[in-house]
Design a protein around this ligand. Sequence first.
Ligand code: FE2
Length: 330
Amino acid sequence: MTFGVVTPSCAKANAHNLCEMKFVTIDSWPASPAPDYRPELEAGNVLYFPVTPFAFAEESKEYLRHIHFAGGAVHKNVAYRPASDRVTGLETDAAQLQRLRAILGEYSRSVVKFTAELLPPYAASWKLDYASFRPVEEDGRDLPVNKRNDLIHTDAFPSRPTNGDLILRVFTNIHPVKTRNWVTTDPFRQVAERYAHDAGLEQIATGASSASGKLLNQSARVLRSVGLPVVPRSGYDRFMLRFHEYLKRNEEFQKNTPKYPFAFAPGSTWLTFTDVLPHSVLSGQHALEQTFIIARESMANAENAPVAILERLCGKPLLEGASEKRKRPE
Ligand SMILES: [Fe+2]
């Protein structure tokens, strides 16, 4: 295991004691005994495998690279739902959908098996979320601001609130020659200390713990339980959605935050908590990804969860009425 790809900007930031993030390169896997990588991930670092550590058929990659996908603001990627074995986001014929289901299912199962071996404490209670295929060249994509990938942001899902749990994503670059180019910045704790107040944390926390806020959330749960398309959200989830957009729209943040570029090689795989590590994608094409929702209780140190950081910052609970509703695994 080697630590760090120190870029010029990161080296400069280190001199000012600002840069705490790093890439942990794992050259060989499986390892015995396997290190506990949870503290690295929870600190907002990236686990990087220069060579993808699980099998994925070359003919499957080749098939994916030839899919015609225009992409747009509604469906940025092709999505795969492991629980229902369903592909969404692509209008095509039944034969292609069936092949895609088989290929994305193969990728999803391989990632799940590998990640369970890499991070057994998380696997005991994680919730398997969607996988995706990202066929579009990221450089020059024409997307609305809140959907843009090239602006640094933390992830939050409008349709799938986490109630304080964390978003772990495993990515694989299946492009034969192009790197996938990210720029990250300091981890959530530092960005939240600088910007959460301005993004409205106190206002959301006060609303979430007020009588009317709790009533609103209860009403949303009732509507949801009778089948209406309402998403009940904890104060935490409301803040994280707002923060996602706030960071993308904040020109000062985008311009001045320290930037740590990294090029993920063709054929590589990497993992990170995308709600802990603010990130952007500047260029690259043909990436696969599988998302897991990681229970706070399975963290090496739950005090590092974004919700714990935010609650300390505002001195108020952000999960009122939400914690007892959490369900895992699916
Ligand atoms: Fe993202």
